[in-house]
Design a protein around this ligand. Sequence first.
Ligand SMILES: NC(=O)c1ccc[n+]([C@@H]2O[C@H](COP(=O)([O-])OP(=O)(O)OC[C@H]3O[C@@H](n4cnc5c(N)ncnc54)[C@H](OP(=O)(O)O)[C@@H]3O)[C@@H](O)[C@H]2O)c1
Length: 351
Amino acid sequence: MSLPTTTKAHVLRNKPTGNIVLDGPNATFKLEEKDVPELKDGQLLLELLYLSNDPAQRGWMDANQDPERLYVPPINSGDVMRAGGIYKVLASKNDSIPSGKIVRGYGGWAQYQVGDAQRNALHICEDIPGISVTQYLGALGGTGLTAYTGLINVGEATKDDVIVVSGAAGATGSMVVQIAKHIIGCKKIIGLAGSDEKCRWVESLGADLCINYKKDWKTELKKATTKPLANVYFDNVGGETLDFMLTRLGMHGRVVACGAISDYNSEEKYAIKNWFDVVTMRLNIKGFIVIDFTKDFGRIVGELVKAVKEWKIKAGEDNETVVDTKFEDIPKTWTKLFEGGNRGKLVTKLV
Ligand SMILES: NC(=O)c1ccc[n+]([C@@H]2O[C@H](COP(=O)([O-])OP(=O)(O)OC[C@H]3O[C@@H](n4cnc5c(N)ncnc54)[C@H](OP(=O)(O)O)[C@@H]3O)[C@@H](O)[C@H]2O)c1
């Protein structure tokens, strides 16, 4: 088989400050044809099969983001858009990952790319009977690890805690609900999500209650967090929801600051009004990035696989939204994240 020497790639054209523009002269991305370099020792030629869609990618390319305060190098104009993915190894000059294997790791929005096992954090996707390979991007990948480390290592959640989680029907949030219920056994779990249908699904995963934040959510949330107040707030969205939750946490309550998707596309960020509650209630707000716990990943994935095999955590079609996508439409599928277009992990399947 002759190997590809060129590839299509989505390149960042304009670093955005607000909404992503998909078409027209101000489009955020542009499609380019690029050369695929020859393999050097240790390298692999990868064909993109699936993409992980992550809200964090928006932060990596934001025009107003100070690169000094980012945890990865920024994506600059002219760079191929960076993303997690699953790839087929078409050729290998690396003894530990032979040609033909399916691997996961970090690459770009390019059909073909040259990878380096270490630089691209490539790992072979071991076959787990009954579990789709896409779960390595979701429940058994960065998503599951974020939910687990956020709730357990950062939030120090216990069975005596009342937990509130926003973005509860999303990738991370839906894992937080399941870990809280089926691994920790938390006293009460309250989710927030963007539709009644999503809320019923979150409850089916183990939440005692899920509130539609597009309705009269503050009244509902106040009712649900009165006697007892909440102990842990797992924050995926930031903004007004975080602000209100500061008033619903009890003494020494903990905020797990995981993300702030409600603000990622805003030109003007939401300003917190209830900050004095942090003082009066001695709240503890802890930010984290999942890679802070890299040394624990092997053990945690082992625990998550065990939980899936024991039917405590769902890792099937039900907890992911896999979107068949032509290469040209990769940006369009990614923006579904910001429109509530996914339930569970949003995965792009290249067709
Ligand atoms: N700290 C870390 O290491 C780390 C790692 C991974 C992810 N994160 C963060 O965790 C959060 C969740 O990420 P994810 O990968 O699991 O993605 P995700 O939750 O699947 O993100 C998409 C969902 O976010 C919700 N959403 C979109 N716009 C919103 C808005 N304006 N207000 C409220 N909700 C909105 C939508 O659900 P609805 O229909 O319910 O609105 C959408 O389906 C993000 O903030 C992300 O940056 C942090």
